[in-house]
Design a protein around this ligand. Sequence first.
Ligand code: GCB
Length: 565
Amino acid sequence: MWHFQADEPAIDVNQPLPHPEWVAVPGSFNAQLMGPQYTDRVGYFWYETHFQLPSSQLKQRNVLRFGAVTHAAEVYLNGHLIMKHKGGFTPFEGEINQFLQAGDNDLKVKVSNILDNTTLPSADYKGDGQETYRFDFYNYSGIQRQVIIYSTNPSYIDQITIPYETDLTHTTVKPEIKVQGDFDHAQVTILDQTKQVVAQNNDLTSPLKIDQTHLWEPGNGYLYQLQVKIFAADGQLLDTYTKSFGIRTIEIKNNQFLINQKPFYFKGFGKHMDFFASGRGMNLPLMNWDNQILNSIGANSFRTSHYPNDEITMQQADRLGQVVIDETSAVGLFIGFNANVEVLKNNQTTWNTLDTTAAHQLAIKELVERDADHPSVVMWSIANEPAGGQPGAREYFAPLVKLTKELDWQKRPVTFTDIMRDDYQDDQIADLFDVICLNRYYGWYSNHGNLKAAEDELRDNIIHWHEKHPDKPFIFTEFGADTVPGLHSLEHSPYSEEYQVDLYKTYFKVFDEFSYVIGEQLWAYADFHTQDNMIRIDGNLKGVFTRDRRPKAIVSLLKQRWLNK
Ligand code: GCB
């Protein structure tokens, strides 16, 4: 429990916060506190805690690490500004010895939940604490993931990346290991899942060979460990660092997505981090429960819509063999979407209005750096529903796709999800990407309630996209209907559980006609909280589960389909 309060002019970093409330960390403050001063407020907020250290600890190198602070943070230790970070969904850390003291330490974090034309996600910020988001989920904010202090010796292993090459039997691992400080000798070991040594070297740079590779596969998350040790001349162990990794290949060939040379069909969801009271905060029991649910209905994959998930969720996906489309927080890159809010005029476009390139580059860099060694991550999604049909989109995205590939040793496929609004006729960017991901709402936002017309529209859309991009596979990364749990209708009208079932049946029938449609990720896994809006009745109700994970009628159909597909 940390102290917390909204910013006020009188905050003195050397004094206790004058009017604090209690807030749990990790967690979203605006899911825990009541009152518009927290839930509606756009601006700055302060967190404060104290921790105690013994004097022996000061001889170590101490690092303070945040899993994620949404959306920007300034960190003060004992009154000194020690680090800043922008971007709400990736970790950051810094050495803190300079201002650390034996005994009591005061830690304050100034958090901003402001989003504007330079941030990801993107919002229209009016500068007076008022903003209109360009995305459809509540702007939960705060210190949403773990905060830890860890210690090392002055010589330490800084970073490990684990590139490998494999023919699916023989694997050569060429680890890249960054060490800071002096050491005399090193040892690098690969252990299998039963902790048996399968390869070992006495230096940091030589390749290691695995002769009989046990592959990581969907549904069977076999993991090796790379263990690095550095020693002083007298044999004293200076540091040890162990990182898990899995071995598998990905290839796109003949319109198929091959994992270990076998076609993979994506069955699953776009999934928010969202729950009562914890908001978007890391919630491990919930994550574990969700994984059980996903497995029980035969889902094999999810997209981290619309921001990177926490690191433990990613580790767990590796262990369980879940397949992940790893998405950046680039959502809302669309100006002129809602004519009531913003109107395009005087040649104004998304791409000459927004100034998100720097934030986008940073978000990609931090995501790839964090997640490149996760076997579960089979593809990067670098944006959700950008204005891919407006002039300037290509110039904006081409360098970002290139950057993603450059940063990723594995050169994994890169995608974005295409919005219905900028369909195949207008799109200017899809050819830059490896897989085309479509978010489509026929029968909902178009042909509302008319599933026969929706079926034709969907089929027609697939055919046209394929004509334009005959070599690319397609995944439907969003499709669905708001469904009020418990609402039944003899007429199967929209919002009823019957309509949701009919809509999904319609889509599935059409998908099954096309071999180049290689996946279905429904929108959404569970109902989630949004900003108030006329079409959001207690949030977005497109979940196949309610927010508290009760199945809607569609779930039994899904289970039948997926356990057999
Ligand atoms: C979309 C967005 C998603 C929304 C969804 C909806 O296209 O990608 O964030 O929640 O539509 O339900 O409208």
